[in-house]
Design a protein around this ligand. Structure first.
Ligand code: IPD
Ligand code: CA
Length: 266
């Protein structure tokens, strides 16, 4: 049975993500530009990233004033309740900037340091992914299950790239070794959506180096609750160093190959 706290956090995350998603979809300025840059000139923030984070943190803090927050656009509050919200107000900002549809609002709630609830809202697809730990992952009424594993040579694998030149050069090297060994590669532009795509069987696997907690917290729980395996380097948890998520059967082979290809370092 889902406990009362988890239910409350799920309802709040769903409503915050719904409101932010609607605001982003319906309120995207036709002349949307870059408001600021972060780690490099191509790591951009728009006024809408900032507005979305403000809406989400404002809504959640009003309902639960003692909770902690970690948001991509700067929210950082320790909190005292044992609950911490991890928020990506727009995952896939470059897609959003260009008017491409693959962007999401990602909201996770940790209880005592462990992700308990995850919601990924994908407004342009009309899809809301959600999971509560131990209770499965859902897309609407549909319980999610990963795709059954093909041989690695027939696996469709998603990935993403960081914003800093040195990292991208290393990521290109990894890709050079991987591409001939799989069916094909997809670079969707939103890590949160990639993880949900593993959860619902639209990808056999996904990997990326350099993610931050707001990119993966909700999506990792959704993938795991759909029966996919997640991790980092062999025997390590998924982290900034390396994120791997895949159907069991693909996961082990993909993780071992990424280790050999040095996907975990620049
Ligand atoms: C990015 C996206 C992208 C991934 C990058 C992330 P942002 O998040 O998830 O797919 O490749 O590593 O930084 O900047 O759009 O929130
Ligand atoms: Ca992100």
């Amino acid at each position: 049975m889902t406990d009362q706290l988890e239910n409350e956090l799920l309802d709040l995350a769903l409503e915050a993500a719904r409101r932010a998603g609607a605001m982003l979809r319906d309120g995207r300025p036709a002349d949307l530009g870059v408001a600021a840059t972060k780690t490099s000139a191509i790591d951009v923030v728009t006024e809408m990233d900032l507005a979305s984070e403000k809406l989400i943190t404002g809504y959640l803090a009003e309902a639960r004033p003692d909770d902690g927050f970690l948001g991509e656009e700067g929210a950082s509050i320790a909190g005292s309740s044992g609950v911490r919200w991890i928020i990506d107000p727009i995952d896939g900002t470059v897609n959003y900037l260009y008017g491409l549809p693959s962007w999401a609002v990602s909201i996770a709630a940790e209880i005592d340091g462990e992700t308990a609830v995850g919601v990924v809202e994908v407004p342009e697809r009309g899809e809301t992914f959600r999971a509560v730990r131990g209770e499965g992952a859902y897309l609407g009424e549909q319980r999610l299950r990963h795709r059954s594993a093909p041989p690695l040579a027939q696996a469709l694998v998603g990935t993403g790239f960081g914003y800093v030149t040195e990292r991208r050069a290393a990521q290109a090297e990894t890709l050079r070794g991987l591409l001939p060994q799989v069916r094909d590669i997809r670079r969707g532009g939103s890590a949160a959506i990639d993880l949900c795509d593993v959860a619902c069987g639209r990808l056999d696997g996904y990997y990326e180096r350099g993610l931050n907690p707001w990119d993966y917290a909700a999506g990792e729980l959704i993938a795991r609750e759909a029966g996919a395996l997640t991790g980092g380097r062999p025997a390590e948890p998924l982290s900034h160093e390396l994120a791997v998520a895949a159907s069991p059967g693909v996961f082990e082979q993909l993780q071992a190959l990424l280790e050999d290809l040095g996907a975990w370092h620049d």
